[in-house]
Design a protein around this ligand. Sequence first.
Ligand code: COA
Length: 538
Amino acid sequence: MPVLRSRIDPKSDDYKANYAHMSGLVDKLKEELTRAHEDRSDKAKARNAELGKLTVTERLDKVLDRNSPFLEIAPLAAHDMYDGRIHGAGSRAGIGVIHGREVFISANDPMIKGGTIYPMGVKKTLRCQTIIMENRLPSINLVDSGGAYLPMQSEIFPDVDDGGRVFYNQALISKMNIPQITAVMGLCTAGGAYIPAMSDHVVHVQGTGAIFLGGPPLVKAATGEEVSAEDLGGAKLHCSESGVSDYLADDDAMACEILREIVSMLPAQKQADYPRRAPAAPLYDPREIWGVVPPSLSTPYDIREVIARLVDGSELLEFKQLYGPTLVCGWAHIHGTQVGILGNNGVLFSESALKATQFIQLCDRQGIPLLFLQNISGYIIGRDYERAGITKDGHKMVAAVSTATVPKFTVMCGQSFGAGNYGMCGRAYSPRFLWTWPNAQIGVMGAEEAAKVLITVKNDQLAREGEPPLTSEFEEFIRGPVKQAGEKEGNAYYSTANLWDDGIIDPAKTRDVLGLALSASANAPLDGRDQGHSTFRM
Ligand code: COA
């Protein structure tokens, strides 16, 4: 296979400036992740210890294989929302390994407002269930939650994508024959009681775990009956009388051990047969990506320099290298698995869109997963391009991305604007996983462009009414808030807080993250490849 030769000079001033900038962004990311994992009040820590519970991190450590990789999903969900301390939207979740087998594991954090469920917590759970279903991963739940965060109950209860959907999905997951295993390590109240009830296996910790449709305060208010949580829904009652739970555990550690034993009994499963070869490291250190990516999103860089630091042996067989050069398409391997890569090298023209369409079709037919490296300001605009049919060529690319059935993976490497986000497999195009680099920006268009559009619209309106155009002061009055909102809401942290991605990642770790995600995705078969595409407008 042809080998990519880097033109980057690690001794150059540009490289050093880029490196320093990205290193600052990665340091901030590490700080935010540490805060999300460790920032808990002394009161909550003391209460957890008093109840004899392990922390969420300790629970995850005990359930998952020692020294095995853990691909955490949405660790910064709800970042800066609510009181700024509902870290990870109140839970930790991700893909880990038990007895050598990949599983999806979710754990409420009782040290964050009693593990209660905020609106973003529901969104995160639904995203986790999508990952479970698309990748057919056994689902492990460590439940310890006060249920709905009551002051916001109207925002998490009634709609189609609110709390009820979680249990609806559990029924679908079960129908798909995906194992669901729950450890009751704290409260499962009201709707939360259905998490264990709808699981295949329920482990129940004596003394702290309780399952009931109405907790002691509600029972007292409704019927006057005074009953303790243990007597109402504790492990002994549910393991010996009601049959709601299956395995009694004396404490958290024992529950973790029982979970591991249940997983060890599951039948083996690996289904997608992607083309593979022996893995090899890239010729260039992935950390050098820090020196490749300029601080300003409008400064172009060659996406091949990134690809050379992601793929095995830095080898890339480029497809149509001389045609539509603003999109690099080609085949490579990541940790041994073949992928079809599409990476932006400028604005998308008709040729680049047509090339992408053909390339996506080829990968889809050959069962090769697709990797999109997004750094895109959009499709080309202007009269000549409209005449030449950029809209119908862009449509073909968007249609091919939408209907491709092989797993798709997207990494936001810089800009993600306009329909470029769609054609390059943004969140709405159902990539199996989507990650954001800390420098990335997302939006319908850049903040400056959005402000210019609004000023033009206003001036056109004034002209129609026979009024003079906006003064520069009034222009600033429009531009200021639009730019401010664009910069805040286009930011990677805003994106990850809202679960528009599966997490912000250090660019240097992209190769390993993709390797884990490709492996996880292979738990699901490659389905529906002969069902064809939508109509292509010619
Ligand atoms: N909604 C909003 N806040 C809640 C809550 C709920 N459902 N359940 C607990 N909290 C808050 C508490 O007010 C407290 O907040 P604070 O730290 O700001 O004081 C925090 O979560 C921890 O609760 P606390 O009771 O001090 O901790 P605990 O470990 O002793 O008990 C629970 C935790 C979840 C077992 C207990 O709070 C409880 O029973 N909650 C109500 C459960 C319920 O009936 N839910 C029904 C909703 S469907």
